[in-house]
Design a protein around this ligand. Structure first.
Ligand SMILES: NC(=O)c1ccc[n+]([C@@H]2O[C@H](COP(=O)([O-])OP(=O)(O)OC[C@H]3O[C@@H](n4cnc5c(N)ncnc54)[C@H](OP(=O)(O)O)[C@@H]3O)[C@@H](O)[C@H]2O)c1
Length: 209
């Protein structure tokens, strides 16, 4: 799959490495082009000169920037997102006031509203970068929860998640991104409160036929 990753930080690098190892073609961008080039060199991907250039050539665009920057990035990408699978990996986090982000919406729904021609899917946000880089813990494949309104787009993301080692799980329509963002918030809060090392990920146990 031809994949553009907007953002070359913890998430951009981790997903780029996993995607290229699985045989996908990855292009990265960053605010500082040197960071995109470094991430591309580390992960076996390529750096693009601009977000639009990366998105235009991709079948799937992953948004891996901080939430406050998403609006600007989506506006910049504009019609380059039309018809594309857009994977929202972002989380909204305010550790000082966790409830403030549980406000009856989600980043993914906001992106879909701003880019109505895009096929927005929420995925990978429930896994920390360490687990995006390596989704298998002691032989157990972590679950990748995937929410979206476009079944074909969701299926493409499920195949992508499976190709890098997750067990993909269809979490329902895009509105379920609210739950996925809250799951991430829970895990972030647990790491902060307990001084855990940002390695734990979600796995449903018990029969899930
Ligand atoms: N870290 C995790 O474990 C994790 C897990 C799941 C979800 N998330 C979410 O994923 C998102 C990224 O987190 P992160 O930890 O990867 O952050 P990060 O390490 O700070 O990386 C953010 C990246 O975004 C780039 N960027 C900023 N503005 C940009 C623009 N206009 N166009 C293109 N790239 C731009 C930055 O470029 P520069 O390098 O040039 O500054 C940087 O490479 C956040 O929404 C976060 O909540 C994080």
């Amino acid at each position: 799959m031809q994949i553009a990753i907007i953002g070359s930080g913890n998430v951009g690098k981790a997903l780029a490495g996993s995607f290229t190892r699985a045989g996908h073609d990855v292009t990265l961008t960053a605010s500082n082009p040197d960071h995109a080039r470094e991430a591309a060199a580390q992960s076996g991907g390529r750096a693009a000169e601009s977000n639009r250039e990366a998105a235009a050539a991709a079948e799937l665009v992953a948004l891996a920037v901080h939430y406050p920057l998403v609006d600007g990035v989506v506006a910049e990408l504009g019609d380059a997102l039309a018809g594309k699978v857009v994977v929202d990996v972002t989380n909204r986090v305010d550790p000082a006031d966790p409830g403030s982000t549980m406000d009856g919406t989600s980043a993914a729904e906001q992106i879909q509203a701003r880019a109505p021609e895009a096929r927005v899917v929420k995925a990978f946000n429930t896994a920390f970068a360490a687990r995006q880089a390596d989704p298998v813990v002691e032989g157990v494949a972590l679950d990748a929860f995937i929410a979206g309104d476009d079944d074909q787009a969701k299926q493409a993301v499920a195949e992508l998640a499976g190709s890098i080692g997750f067990r993909p799980i269809d979490a329902g329509p895009l509105v379920m991104a609210r739950a996925l963002e809250a799951m991430a918030l829970l895990n972030i809060t647990l790491q902060l409160r307990n001084n855990w090392p940002w390695q734990a990920g979600f796995k449903l146990v018990g029969p899930t036929p």
